[in-house]
Design a protein around this ligand. Structure first.
Ligand code: TYD
Length: 147
C-alpha cells in the first residue's frame, strides 16, 4: 500500500506500481508492460487526451470481463470506483501509482486538471458488448456475482 494514499477497498481494484522513469535527457517515461505485476495480459493500450477543467465526467460504465490499468501521464483527475457496495473517490496523478480496474467495477473520471492525459492498458481488444452502461444493470450483475 503506497504511503499517503487512500486505501482502495474494492477487491477487483488496487494500486499498481508503474514507477515513472526520469530520463537523463529530460522528460519522463511512463511504462505499461506485461512484466509488471498485473493480474491480466495486456492486449490494448489507449490514451485519453485533451482533458481539462471543463471536461465533463467521463466513463460511467463497467465491464463484464475486461481488466484495465489506468495511469496519469500528465495532470490529475478523480477516479470514482463503485463495486456495487462501496463508492470511493481516488485522485490519480503522475506519481508512479496506477489504478487497477477489474470487471464489474463501475467507474467514472471527473475533476480533470489542465492538460490531463490518461493512459489505459486493457486485457482485451475493444468490444462494445463487454460494456455495461446502465447503472441498474450493473447493480444487478454485481449483486449476482457476489451470490
Ligand atoms: P469513450 O470515450 O470510451 O466514450 P464512451 O464511454 O461513450 O464509449 O469512447 C469513444 C468512442 O471510441 C466510442 O465510440 C468507442 C470508441 N472506442 C474504440 O473504438 N476503441 C477503444 O479502445 C475505446 C476505449 C473506445
Amino acid at each position: 500500500m503506497p504511503e499517503g494514499k487512500v486505501p482502495i477497498l474494492s477487491s477487483k481494484s488496487g494500486y499498481i506500481n508503474t514507477q515513472q522513469i526520469l530520463s537523463p535527457h529530460g522528460g519522463c517515461l511512463t511504462v505499461l508492460e506485461n512484466n509488471l505485476v498485473l493480474p491480466f495480459h495486456l492486449e490494448r493500450v489507449y490514451c485519453i487526451s485533451g482533458l481539462n477543467e471543463h471536461t465533463p465526467e467521463r466513463g460511467r460504465h463497467a465491464h463484464h470481463t475486461l481488466w484495465q490499468i489506468m495511469t496519469s501521464v500528465s495532470g490529475s483527475c478523480d477516479v470514482v470506483l463503485d463495486d456495487g457496495c462501496t463508492v470511493q473517490t481516488i485522485r490519480i496523478l503522475p506519481d508512479g501509482w496506477s489504478i487497477l480496474l477489474g470487471p464489474l467495477l463501475w467507474h467514472s473520471m471527473k475533476n480533470f486538471s489542465r492538460e490531463c492525459v490518461l493512459m489505459v492498458g486493457a486485457s482485451d481488444i475493444y468490444r462494445e458488448e463487454d460494456y455495461i452502461r446502465d447503472y441498474s444493470a450493473f447493480l444487478a450483475a454485481a449483486g449476482k456475482n457476489r451470490k
